[in-house]
Structure formats: structure tokens, C-alpha cells
Design a protein around this ligand. Sequence first.
Ligand SMILES: Cc1ncc(COP(=O)(O)O)c(C=O)c1O
Length: 415
Amino acid sequence: MFSSRLPDDLSENLLTRRARELRADGGELLDLTISNPTRTGFTYPEEEMRVAFARVADLAYDPQPRGLVVTREAIAGYYAEGAEGAEGGPLDPGSIHCTASSSEAYSMLFKLLCDPGDEICIPLPAYPLFAWLAGLDAITIRPYNLRLAPDGRWRIDMHSLDLAISDRTRAVIVVNPSNPAANYLRPDEFLQLDSLCARNRIALITDEVFWDFPLMDHSVAESGLASAADSTERGNLISRQRTVGIPGDALRFTINGLSKLLALPQMKLGWMLTEGPARLRDEALARLDVIADAYLSVSTPVMAAAPVLLALRAPIQEQIRIRCLRNLEAARMHFGSGRSGISLLQPEGGWSALLRLPDDADEEAIALRLLEDERVLVHPGYLFDFARGKFLALSLLGPADRFLRALEAIDRAWK
Ligand SMILES: Cc1ncc(COP(=O)(O)O)c(C=O)c1O
């Protein structure tokens, strides 16, 4: 009776079930899987936000497939802020489509680019979202690998990407910085991706939802909208390549939204930006209009509030960065040396970090033991499909005292 877009087995995995049962029994968990920033004690400029929503002056509806002009101008302004000296000039708000979320932007792009059964290349390890979204649009995912380089950073394995592309491939997804691998795209990787996608006549989709959360303190060499060639990599200094506003040969889409950028997933405002060779870009924009027009899913109040909301992002982002950096430092104190057999991989950006376990470790058994014995909930690496190696993923969002208690529990359980 039901579509095969959804799996037959909808049951929870053992870890999720046990966590739910323990919570139902009144047990308190130290949750290192937490991804909802509104439940982790950050303060938001609530009064200013309420005022922002009062900007809906009247109830006249102005349906626009790309979203309100004021909203798109504010989004273009967000990109312009990091763009002094850019070669591409200011972004055209006309190249932006507002969406209800990043996830919806993906779904619209799948509808734009794919017929049922067509393929999209996704990085592995990856947040499990892509497999679900692809399944719901009846498309197939083809994984390519991120490879852990000797410096402890993840790079795109271009060879595995080459092998993953078939004549049914319609796009390559890249997450910048990646989740959970937590590495920014490098300028040379961008150049290779752009030419690979152009050569194969497929699109490049970049997910920048964690872009504004570098975890390298101030040691980040921006390669904002400026030339890829300007970026350098020296010692501890990382160069991160933003794909917006740079000339290139491929059709490119960039996804972002308030869910992470403002740490307010419930606002339900995301967007995607379309760039690339003019003819292709304009055709894509016109077709996206048709898709967006069929749903018109973004609410007017949040679009009207967006210019003010975006301007309020700095204090929110700062709290999250400080929290994540502090928790990361605690994790480094515990596992930075790798003495215990567990080692911390230095993340470059995002809200999480990876602990590497010995290759023969049983991730699920360890996660279950942590839950049963220590009431600590972590994500075992297999949820993200690492090609090689064993990992635990830790959310860095939680309050520092709880994070520290969880680290001590992991230490104890491991010993
Ligand atoms: C890399 C990445 N992209 C997109 C999303 C989904 O974001 P949204 O809430 O805007 O749909 C997530 C969710 O965690 C994510 O990790």
C-alpha cells in the first residue's frame, strides 16, 4: 500500500530505544548527541526578535517564488559582509530562493536536477540526513569518501568521487565545513570540484550551514568571496574556501539557513543561491521558480523579520563558538594525547568533535555501555558511515559542566 520511498522497518535502534526508556524512567542523561541549540542554555535577544516579528505591517499576501525582496537583500548583505575585495561583485538577490529549511532546499534541488532513480554523490562520513532526503525524492545516493590525512584533517578523496560518478549522476554534495568530519573545504578542493562537475555536466551543491562556526580560534585564513588562489595554508593556519561569489565553470548551489546560522531551527527559514555560467544559471532559477511556486512554503512573518534577525546573529554565534571551544579544550585535555587509546580529532568548524577509537573497537557496544553504566549518550560512528576507523561523535553544544562530567564518564568507562 505504501511507497518504497520509506523503509519497511521504522523501528528505533537499540541505543535510541534504551535512551528513551531511561528518560521515561526519570533518569537524567548526559546527552552528547544534543543538536537542538535552543535547549542548551544560550541566551537570545528575545525582545529585539519579538520586535522584528512586528514588522508584518498588514495581512496582504505577496506570493513570490523566490521569497520577499527585503529578505533576499538581507541574505545577499550577509554574504557581502565577508566579501571586501571580492572579484565577483555584490551578489544578486535575484539568485536567491528562500526555503523553509536547508532540508527543503535539498529536496527542491533534487526535484530540479533528478528524475527518479538518478544519482547524487554524497560525502561519507556524513550526517544521515542525505539518505533520507534522497529516498523521499526517489533518488539514489552514491557515496564518495572523505579521507583522514596524516595531519588529522579530512580531505575529499577525489579518486573515490571520480569513481562514484556515473551517467546517472546529477550533482555532487559537499558540506563546508563537513559534519561530523568538521573540516572546511580547501581552495584546491573547490577548484577540482568545480572542474570535475563542469566536465561531467553535473551540479555542485555546497552546504554551508556551519560556516560561521570555526573552531580554530582566530587562526582561520579567510577565502571568503575572494580568489581561491589567495588562500594559504601554514602550520596551524587553515584556509577555508567559501564557494559563494567565486567565478567557476559548474552550475553551483549553496545552501544555508537560520537553523544553524542563528541557532533557531524553529524559525523555518533557509535559502539557496544559484550561480554558474549565465545561461545554465538562469534556466535553473526559472525552473526553481516553478518548484517553489507549487509549495510557497516559507511564512511571510519570518521573511519580514529576517533582516533584523540576521543582524542579531553575532552575539548568538559568539556564545556558541565560546561554548564549543571551551568544551573542545576539555576534550583535548582528556583525549588530546591519545594515551588511553582514544584520540580527539581537531575539528575546524561546526558544533561537534570526533573521538577516534582503536580500529577493533565495537562502537555500538561502547555507546551502549556508556549509556547503561554512565548515563552518557553519544553517537557511535557507524551512524555516519565512516569508510574506515572507529569513532564516537560528541556534540560540543551542551553546558560545560555537563560536558566535563560526560568526558570523565567516558574516561572511566574506557579504562
Ligand atoms: C550539514 C547539515 N545540513 C543541513 C542540516 C539541516 O538543517 P535545517 O534545519 O535547515 O533543515 C543539518 C542538520 O543538522 C546538517 O547537519
